[in-house]
Design a protein around this ligand. Structure first.
Ligand SMILES: C[S@@+](CC[C@H](N)C(=O)[O-])C[C@H]1O[C@@H](n2cnc3c(N)ncnc32)[C@H](O)[C@@H]1O
Length: 329
């Protein structure tokens, strides 16, 4: 087995540094270890939630050949090291296994009174509260790589009509609404995530009439919204977040989504829906992504990835992000 002390030393050093950094920056969920030692390719996120600290381990597939037993033993050792460094019992460490979506037990019984499932945690960000779940889903409910972007959206949201496309659990909407957006629409195809978004909005006492959760295919919704805007049947919007998945082939939408192929159309539709002087944040996690040249002629594009990728991510290409502004007419 590779020498565990390298992992131990690096994680201990990260923990010391990042804990201080997180406290100083008022950050409660951060990436504690990001494949820092190549022989130990895992990602560890730390959640200082209401009621205690939790870690999530993610295995990173490097094509390593290990038997199931060897692998299990290897991960168990890493978990023991992390438990010791963070002074946590091992049952506070959730493991997301490679190639398997569901982890942990089947523990999703709903607690009616709180709106929280028994595995749900509540973490704070920017003074707002977010439900995260380290067990039952593919992702936790809060993408940590967009922490800075959410803050930037909040800074621009006051008095604005906000649109969140591919809104997932509505975390951008929470920031925008709490920062004073006058209205918002959060569009996502998934029932589960739309309900999660609603729970996040409720948890932050956000008015669900002014801030609407819309369960729809973004392609259909955008086409209809742009037609309605052009016909004078709806208002434009002032601030948009467009953060599509890299690829999606949900049964509920027509065809497939491929961000490389579809981003010019999506961006053009967003620009058509923006009121004069409006702003669009566009982001993608696709590493090989190339921004279409023709679409760049339609507005002012500024790549802001160097600012939006947070300091706790060693992977500077975790996402790319552009600030796109519509000149005032
Ligand atoms: C990567 S997440 C978006 C992350 C989100 N912007 C955030 O930062 O919290 C992808 C989301 O896109 C949604 N989705 C995928 N295809 C869609 C479609 N055609 N229309 C609407 N939502 C879709 C999924 O349900 C999922 O919630």
């Amino acid at each position: 087995m590779t020498d565990l002390s390298h992992f131990h030393n690096r994680l201990a050093k990260n923990a010391r540094h990042l804990r201080k950094w997180a406290r100083r920056s008022n950050i409660h969920a951060y990436r504690a270890y990001d494949c820092d030692v190549p022989e130990f390719p895992v990602i560890i996120d730390c959640f200082d939630a209401e009621g205690g600290t939790w870690l999530q381990f993610q295995e990173v597939d490097t094509g390593w050949q290990q038997s199931e037993d060897e692998h299990r033993e290897w991960i168990d050792h890493l978990i023991e090291v992390a438990a010791e460094i963070f002074e946590l019992p091992v049952d506070r460490i959730a493991v997301k296994h490679r190639g398997r979506q569901r982890v942990g037990g089947d523990k999703t019984a709903q607690h009616e009174a709180t709106g929280l499932d028994e595995d749900d945690l509540v973490v704070h960000e920017g003074g707002h509260r977010f439900i995260v779940n380290l067990y039952g889903y593919l992702d936790t409910g809060l993408f940590l790589d967009h922490r800075v972007t959410r803050g930037m959206v909040g800074e621009r949201a006051r008095g604005k009509r906000f649109l969140n496309l591919f809104s997932y659990t509505g975390s951008f909407t929470v920031h925008a609404a709490r920062a004073g957006a006058i209205s918002s629409e959060s569009v996502d195809l998934s029932n589960t995530y739309s309900q999660w978004a609603e729970r996040n909005l409720r948890l932050n006492s956000i008015d669900l009439v002014r801030h609407r959760i819309v369960r729809a295919d973004v392609f259909t919704w955008l086409r209809d919204a742009v037609s309605a805007y052009e016909a004078g049947d709806r208002d434009g919007v002032d601030l948009i977040v467009l953060d599509p998945p890299t690829f999606s082939n949900s049964k509920a939408m027509q065809g497939i989504l491929d961000v490389q192929r579809d981003h010019p159309w999506l961006i053009r539709q967003c620009l058509a829906l923006l009121a004069p002087g409006g702003t669009l944040f566009f982001s993608t996690n696709l590493r090989s992504f190339e921004l279409d040249l023709l679409v760049q002629e339609k507005a002012r594009f500024e790549e802001i990835s160097a600012k939006t990728v947070p300091d706790d991510f060693r992977d500077g290409r975790i996402h790319r992000c552009w600030l796109i502004t519509q000149p005032p007419r």
